[in-house]
Design a protein around this ligand. Structure first.
Ligand SMILES: Nc1ncnc2c1ncn2[C@@H]1O[C@H](COP(=O)(O)OP(=O)(O)O)[C@@H](O)[C@H]1O
Ligand SMILES: [Mg+2]
Length: 245
């Protein structure tokens, strides 16, 4: 059997095969000069990230400003570049690693905020050995540090429900959001399981935008569990028991 890549672009493609997930997936392309141009015209703001990145390493936000200028926001620093050509040159010189790995360019989701800092959710979905039943075993919110786009450098972790209550989201959305998060996460696990049949855990990053819409940012195949240990809401014990079982 052919081994399927674990890269972000591949997983995006696999998820998009389930039409129920299509509306949750941000527009995503392999990075080329051409797709960067197209995506910036279409979305004004995009996220650039390595297919095999982790912990937010190599993630940058690009925003189209007035007069062809482009703002690059990486870690807690922003710089302004003049036009697309200068941007590409800058990325080649300063951003991409020497052995240029593959990157994706993705529509930026305007994440909901808590005290002006964006947050996203990490949802653990697991199944026990020899079982095909997927279960949501934990969910939490990662709040970005001040002036960061990425939430991997988290300023704080909160329970998902508390985060959703504290974010200023449209009130009519509030009731359904937690159920929708579970539903989407289970669909992601079921869909990816078709391609990674041995895998028993997914750590799914979900964004909620400022209008309360849920988005899939990425699905991890070997997520770490330490954040749930820090959360102390009992989910860590559930996660451990699924790992053992
Ligand atoms: N399309 C996006 N819109 C908004 N924020 C994003 C987007 N993609 C990534 N991010 C932010 O960057 C973080 C890291 O990106 P992610 O795709 O999870 O890669 P990694 O494998 O490095 O964790 C996310 O948790 C989120 O905070
Ligand atoms: Mg992530």
């Amino acid at each position: 059997m052919m081994k399927i890549s674990y890269g972000k672009h591949t997983k995006h493609k696999l998820m998009s095969r389930d039409e129920r997930l299509l509306g949750y997936l941000p527009d995503t392309q392999y990075f080329t000069e051409e797709t960067l141009r197209e995506m910036l015209e279409k979305h004004s703001q995009v996220i650039l990230k390595p297919c095999f990145g982790y912990q937010g390493i190599g993630v940058a936000q690009l925003s189209a400003l007035e007069d062809e200028q482009i703002e690059l926001h990486k870690e807690n620093k922003k710089i302004i570049l003049n036009g697309k050509t200068e941007t590409i040159a800058y990325l080649n010189e300063n951003h991409f690693r020497r052995k240029k790995p593959r990157y994706i360019v993705q529509q930026k989701i305007p994440l909901a905020t808590i005290n002006n800092n964006p947050f996203d959710l990490r949802v653990m979905v697991q199944r026990k050995r020899n079982s095909s039943e997927w279960v949501v075993t934990g969910k939490l919110a990662k709040i970005a540090s001040n002036n960061y786009v990425i939430t991997n450098v988290a300023k704080a972790l909160l329970g998902a429900e508390e985060a959703i209550n504290r974010a200023s989201l449209p009130s009519e959305k509030m009731n359904n959001i937690l159920a929708e998060i579970d539903q989407v996460s289970l669909l992601v696990a079921e869909q990816l399981a078709k391609s990674y049949p041995k895998n028993r855990v997914y750590g799914i990053d979900l964004g909620i935008d400022q209008e309360g819409k849920v988005w899939i940012i990425e699905a991890n195949l070997s997520p770490s569990t330490f954040m749930f240990k820090l959360l102390k809401d009992g989910s860590y014990e559930t996660i451990r028991s699924f790992q053992r079982g």
